[in-house]
Write a new protein. Structure first.
Length: 294
């Protein structure tokens, strides 16, 4: 089954809901970067929220970059997407291993750190990209993004993100974002809050094979949720190429390239996002220098 993001409206169009199943996307990231279980859980949550935020963007040219830099041993995670959403990312310490937390669960908060920040850059065709910065509140990522939405985008949101990992890899991964519309009543908001509490973890609901529509019904307490957009398939995919890497070499300048030729006679560049290796022979490097001259 392919991954999905579906947008809903609940309670007479007064509550907006976005639900995502990103199990395949997170498993692809785990395999690509050979992630440890705790990093899979942390990075999987971040990739999921990045994909959902990407799906909110309007144009195929729009680009979103999310960076989490925390005080924990993961150090930093970066994810980027377009509105497809075609997501890619990397982690500073992909193989980090940590003991389970006091509840016997993967210690995502400890791995990310309770101090630090979320940095969100939205390039949506304006003169300058939008940059939002928000402090980490727990390192658990869902709480941190709920805080980001209030601080930087002035919208109250309920955010849930979850990744269930076993010895074979990712069993399930996904998330949801719930936003009340300006005309939502206290009673409707209270119903949703109670429904969220009863529903339990998103990763467990996905593992129980609930559809995204059934999850939306559970977390809103509204059996009549209305689908407003459903053909959204998030994927983990890098768009690197030898041409991109060549442009990267151009930026380091003639002198440094000449130094590489004289010292090593060749160069190998590795993409952060997918670990693809690109080999540049002496002849390739001399060609790059010629292009700088031109």
């Amino acid at each position: 089954m392919s991954d999905k993001i579906i947008k809903f409206l609940a309670h007479n169009e007064k509550i907006s809901v976005v639900c995502a199943d990103t199990s395949n996307l997170v498993e692809k990231a785990r395999q690509t970067h050979d992630l440890s279980p705790v990093v899979t859980a942390a990075f999987g949550r971040m990739l999921t929220i990045t994909a959902m935020m990407g799906a909110e963007m309007k144009s195929v040219k729009d680009k979103l970059t999310v960076q989490i830099k925390g005080s924990g041993p993961i150090e930093m995670m970066v994810a980027t997407t377009n509105n497809f959403p075609k997501v890619k990312g990397y982690v500073i310490n992909p193989q980090l291993d940590m003991p389970l937390n006091e509840f016997g669960k993967l210690d995502v908060g400890g791995a990310v750190g309770h101090e630090g920040y979320i940095n969100v850059i939205k390039d949506i065709g304006l003169k300058e990209p939008y940059i939002g910065i928000s402090p980490l509140t727990s390192g658990e990522i869902a709480d941190d993004f709920a805080n980001y939405f209030v601080n930087s985008e002035q919208r109250n949101s309920a955010v849930a993100l979850g990744v269930l990992v076993d010895k074979n890899g990712v069993k399930s991964a996904g998330g949801y974002i719930i936003n009340p519309m300006p005309d939502a009543t206290e009673e409707e908001i209270s119903k949703v809050e109670q429904a969220i509490f009863k529903a339990g973890a998103i990763s467990k609901m996905l593992d129980q094979k609930l559809t995204l529509q059934e999850i939306a019904q559970k977390i809103t307490g509204d059996e009549q949720v209305e689908i407003i957009e459903e053909n959204i398939t998030p994927i983990y995919q890098c768009d690197c190429s030898k041409e991109h890497m060549t442009n990267g070499l151009i930026t380091i300048g003639k002198e440094e390239l000449q130094n590489i030729i004289e010292t090593d006679g060749q160069a190998e560049l590795v993409c952060h996002f997918c670990n693809e290796k690109y080999h540049f022979s002496k002849q390739d490097l001399e060609e790059v220098i010629k292009n700088i001259d031109n």
